[in-house]
Write a protein that binds this ligand. Structure first.
Ligand code: 5GP
Ligand code: ZN
Length: 115
């Protein structure tokens, strides 16, 4: 867990451009944005991926979605936005700490292969 990139970002050991933080989640700008708004939302507790969500830890997902809706509003994404959570190798997950990409600010197309 101590080797986890996003745990290090949450703790401040690795710098990030913070967008939002509360008791449950931390949100920051993606280092390689694929849309004008590209923000990553992560739980403060280490959960490896969506595959590891259980009845014991699932409440944080609702909290994260509350934060996503709030930030999407603040970023004026009234024309639409997308949330993506890649899970496992076939989906292209590269960081194994659960995260949700918030994408917006341009027409995103039908597919999500570009993130
Ligand atoms: P995944 O591919 O696992 O769905 O998403 C991982 C995301 O983390 C990628 O979009 C990538 O650009 C982003 N990322 C990787 N390393 C860093 C970093 O050090 N800082 C920030 N802010 N984003 C990162
Ligand atoms: Zn972690």
């Amino acid at each position: 867990m101590n080797d986890c990139l996003f745990c290090k970002i949450i703790s401040g050991e690795i710098p990030s451009k913070k967008v939002y933080e509360d008791e449950y989640c931390y949100a920051f700008e993606d280092i390689a944005p694929v849309a004008p708004t590209h923000i990553l939302f992560v739980p403060k507790t280490h959960i490896p991926s969506a595959a590891a969500i259980t009845p014991e830890n699932s409440a944080v997902v609702g909290k994260i979605y509350e934060a996503i809706a709030k930030i999407a509003k603040e970023k004026n994404l009234e024309n639409g936005w997308r949330v993506v959570s890649n899970c496992g190798p076939d989906a292209g997950q590269t960081v194994f700490h659960l995260h949700f990409h918030l994408l917006g600010g341009r027409a995103l197309g039908v597919m999500c292969d570009n993130i």
